[in-house]
Write a protein that binds this ligand. Structure first.
Ligand SMILES: *[C@@H]1O[C@H](CO)[C@@H](O)[C@H](O)[C@H]1NC(C)=O
Ligand SMILES: *[C@@H]1O[C@H](CO)[C@@H](O)[C@H](O)[C@H]1NC(C)=O
Ligand SMILES: *[C@@H]1O[C@H](CO)[C@@H](O)[C@H](O)[C@H]1NC(C)=O
Ligand SMILES: *[C@@H]1O[C@H](CO)[C@@H](O)[C@H](O)[C@H]1NC(C)=O
Ligand SMILES: *[C@@H]1O[C@H](CO)[C@@H](O)[C@H](O)[C@H]1NC(C)=O
Length: 529
């Protein structure tokens, strides 16, 4: 199905519910920034939401509705965890200013079960999730209806958080093997299939250009207009003896720093041979802001780009902001499987987030203007005795990729993203071939398309259902916390040290723990050390 921009409105902001394929827009924003709502009617059978956000960097979140009638809540999309939870109207964070000060966040849109006729308590006090940055949310497990992507999942089990340090809930779209509950339950993606909305547990994720306002998640389908070249299919990695996957882990073959000049690409740095012999296990995690690579890779990249590594105060790597513009042809390329390559422009990895806090840093940076570098090393975690050959690929990587997650067949489809794509060409995922369809090819090259956010000003959100009844959605950007949630939930039995024994889990845990300083920085006005 091809659609034009006019039909879809700001591309990724369009939600399509056709042929069992559900496209759901993700809103992207930094904490504590709010923008306005716009509404607009579109054609029958389509469901689209406006996404307006002038802030770059930060979390990807979606506005969904919970209950009957639907209450709007914002949730951060997280491929690294598996529970959906929403913030209670009477959560401690909403009423206690000392918690707000400490966490640098406050409540925005909350959920009141007393106002929902479809709400049921499942397990009073039974919900508790600990993310790997050590933040927690706790309350009840409940069931209620969830409206997402223009469809309704009935009686979905979710967390109802009365204790939280985050003002926005989390939408975990990982394996249900990783839910926080000791008792496994069918989570969102399981219910998509169980309720016969889609046929295979799969979705595609398109975070899009850092400078763009919108990305999207497409349940049950692949949009061929959103990637360039072949979609490569990789098995989801499992350690020997592992019965089923818990995280989205793939084998990464190599990383290189490339310079393209006059159509010729030179490798400035290529990962050392020892790495190409033993591939690195990489976790794909949309809930983590930065990306982490083994030290033997980052050492070379960091030296070449003259970064400043602060081991003492923040644990972060800083880069001269001049790289935002100075070397547009410098790219970092990641290779997976036999021939999948995703290449990320270096400027995409330069996060201009310090602002005024720059002068408040307790150390002097050797740049006139310092930015946070999107590639950090795993070295901070070495002391805990973990295998250093792991990688955590967060938003700074994922924005350049189009990634298909197939949880039924344990496969990842990956290709270079076609940024700012304004058209769609959707292939439904049926699992007919016993996995993701092979030989799928996207567009030939990066489209030099119109800036979609130019349209977003008049952007929109609304849908008409089959009966023509108007059902309007509005979207508000901002006011979530940054996503630090690469997390596996901490089951009682699986917390702390125990949870760290699985390779992937360990990597995620440590990496996210390391982000705490970062979130303090972007999430609050003060730099709390
Ligand atoms: C972003 O939007 C907010 C709210 O609409 C506004 O206050 C702010 O000035 C905008 N920032 C920029 C950089 O345009
Ligand atoms: C519903 O409202 C009652 C009375 O105000 C309150 O006691 C109760 O805790 C509320 N239920 C939930 C789940 O918040
Ligand atoms: C995480 O929280 C627990 C309980 O509050 C605390 O004992 C532990 O030290 C914290 N860990 C880190 C890394 O902050
Ligand atoms: C995508 O759109 C943003 C603005 O929304 C623009 O800044 C950026 O340059 C565009 N990227 C490409 C690759 O065209
Ligand atoms: C690798 O490339 C070859 C030829 O370019 C192609 O036929 C094959 O399908 C590709 N394999 C994968 C896994 O993408």
């Amino acid at each position: 199905m091809k659609s034009t921009l006019a039909t879809l409105l700001a591309l990724a902001s369009a939600a399509v519910a056709e042929n069992g394929v559900l496209n759901f827009p993700l809103n992207r924003g930094m904490p504590h920034f709010r923008v306005g709502n716009v509404r607009q009617n579109v054609k029958r059978d389509t469901y689209s939401q406006a996404l307006i956000n002038n802030i770059t960097g930060g979390a990807y979140y979606a506005e969904v509705t919970v209950g009957t009638p639907g209450q709007k809540v914002s949730v951060v999309l997280d491929t690294g965890s598996s529970d959906l939870w929403v913030v209670s109207y009477k959560a401690d964070l909403c009423t206690d200013s000392s918690i707000q000060r400490k966490s640098g966040d406050s409540c925005d849109k909350t959920y009141n079960p007393n106002k929902s006729s479809s709400y049921k308590v499942l397990l009073e006090g039974g919900f508790e999730i600990r993310y790997l940055d050590n933040s927690t949310a706790a309350g009840d497990y409940i069931t209620d209806n969830l409206n997402i992507g223009g469809t309704t999942i009935k009686s979905l089990q979710m967390g109802y958080a009365t204790k939280t340090v985050r003002g926005a809930g989390i939408l975990g779209v990982g394996y249900s093997s990783n839910v926080a509950s000791t008792q496994r339950y069918p989570n969102l993606i399981d219910q998509f299939v169980a309720q016969k909305l889609i046929t295979t547990k799969a979705y595609s994720l398109y975070l899009n250009d850092r400078r763009s306002d919108t990305g999207g998640i497409l349940f049950g389908g692949i949009d061929k207009d959103k990637f360039i070249g072949d979609l490569s299919i990789l098995p989801i990695y499992m350690a020997k003896g592992q019965a089923e996957p818990i995280h989205f882990e793939v084998e990464m073959q190599s990383v290189s720093l490339d310079l393209t000049k006059n159509g010729k690409t030179t490798k400035i740095i290529s990962t050392d041979p020892s790495l190409s012999q033993t591939s690195t296990i990489a976790i794909l995690d949309s809930g983590t802001t930065l990306s982490y690579l083994p030290t033997k890779i980052t050492d070379q990249i960091h030296a070449k780009l003259s970064v400043y590594v602060d081991d003492i105060w923040t644990g972060l790597t800083f880069i001269d902001c001049k790289y935002l513009t100075s070397n547009p042809d410098l790219r970092l390329s990641f290779t997976f499987g036999s021939n999948a390559t995703v290449s990320v422009p270096v400027w995409e990895l330069v996060l201009d987030l310090l602002g005024e806090t720059q002068s408040e840093l307790p150390f002097k940076l050797p740049f006139q203007r310092a930015c946070i570098f999107g590639i950090q090393s795993t070295s901070g975690f070495q002391e805990d005795g973990f295998d250093e050959d792991w990688a955590l690929l967060g938003e700074t990587f994922l924005r350049s990729a189009y990634v298909v997650y197939d949880l039924t067949h344990h496969q990842i489809g990956i290709a270079q993203a076609n940024l700012n794509s304004t058209t769609t060409d959707i292939v439904e995922l049926t699992g007919a071939d016993g996995g993701l369809p092979s030989g799928l090819t996207g567009v030939k090259e990066q489209q030099t398309s119109k800036d979609p956010s130019g349209n977003a000003e008049s952007g929109s959100g609304s849908s008409t259902d089959e009966d023509g009844a108007k059902e309007t959605e509005t979207v508000t950007a901002g006011s979530t916390t940054a996503t630090g949630t690469a997390a596996s939930g901490a089951k009682e039995s699986d917390s702390a040290a125990a949870g760290l024994s699985a390779k992937g889990g360990a990597a995620g845990a440590l990496a996210v723990a390391g982000l705490t300083g970062f979130f303090a920085l972007v999430g609050g006005a003060v730099f709390a050390l």
